[in-house]
Design a protein around this ligand. Sequence first.
Ligand SMILES: *Cc1c(COP(=O)(O)O)cnc(C)c1O
Length: 404
Amino acid sequence: MTSITAEGFFGEYGGQFVPEPLKPILNTLAEAFEKYRNDPEFIREYEYYVKHFSGRETPLYLCKNLTETLGGAKIYLKREDLNHLGAHKVNNTIGQILLAKRMGKKKIIAETGAGQHGVATAATAALMGMECTVYMGAVDVERQKLNVFRMEMMGTKVVAAQSGQRTLKEAVDEALGAWIQDAEDTFYLLGSAVGPHPYPLMVREFQSIVGREAKQQILEAEGRLPDCCIACVGGGSNAIGLFSEFIEDKDVALIGVEPSGRGLKYGEHAATLCLGEPGVMHGFNSYMLKDEKGEPAEVYSISAGLDYPSVGPEHSMLKDLGRAEYVYASDKEAVDAFFQLSQMEGIIPALESSHALAHAVRIAPDMDKDAIIVVNLSGRGDKDVAQIEEMVAKGEFELPRMNG
Ligand SMILES: *Cc1c(COP(=O)(O)O)cnc(C)c1O
């Protein structure tokens, strides 16, 4: 059902919409990826590092208290929050950096908005003894001081992009420029299942370990597949990592949850698949949110990891095919779920992951007691505590007490 071509088209989505000089560079990368993705020695090395560096496999955890309170389907969490660095992103940075080494590259470059991908890249580059430069918009450098310092502590050079709006887009432009200048020695490490071919395919491959483990774990725990898998969608990497293993299992519903932020008006959300339309940006064709000129829209979410105006091309295909469903959850619903999991299970989730949880909380009560939901808990919420604390102090949210 999933038609993926050698040129990296997922149906009509994906492809390589890039300047001419980038095409041979991307094609060399695609060839290297094809060569190594099934190479037993390469896979062994990847499995070694995700186990010993990141702590895989991550547990599949049954939320007994939350399940009982909601009175419907059993809610399981795939605990990607227990990875080294606190999220699923390291699965991908390990895979790509091992590929970079096989290709004989000496330098890693990456771009980051909120800084989480930058931190995962910096850590993996330190591990592998690679020189690393991370590009960030100057505005983001200011906003994410602590992540900038984290990267610097691990030996990475952080470059603040000073052109234009000084945000993620300018950081991408500068990083791509640097790559074209020195493609011989440099590997561009992308953080989500987006961008031109082969990145969406490659990132899916390195994140599919999430789905493979979850499938085996749920079969061990319940003796059958889940009724539904739920994940939050920013660029779409943690979602496609979980979904990929279940796409052929037609009875498993796949649900991606996007941020509807403060509301459905322009600029107030980042619900790309729910509210956007197809178009090309950042080198690939996919659903995107546009402004009136057709340029990438301004987007907003309470969670910095979800505010991206496009989305991985495979999700666009799955949406059109009707194989996956995409819904949204607001800031408020995400924060409610954030508190609910914290107080009922003693697990503080990332605000990104809280969007997926919010949808599980919404649908579980109406499902049978023997139904099973698997939620991808993509990250831990330690990084969000200061932000939540400030919002509670300002009276934007109230800290509930659910334990009596
Ligand atoms: C970056 C991030 C996301 C969003 O990225 P995807 O590519 O959509 O997975 C979600 N959750 C956490 C914890 C993140 O750090």
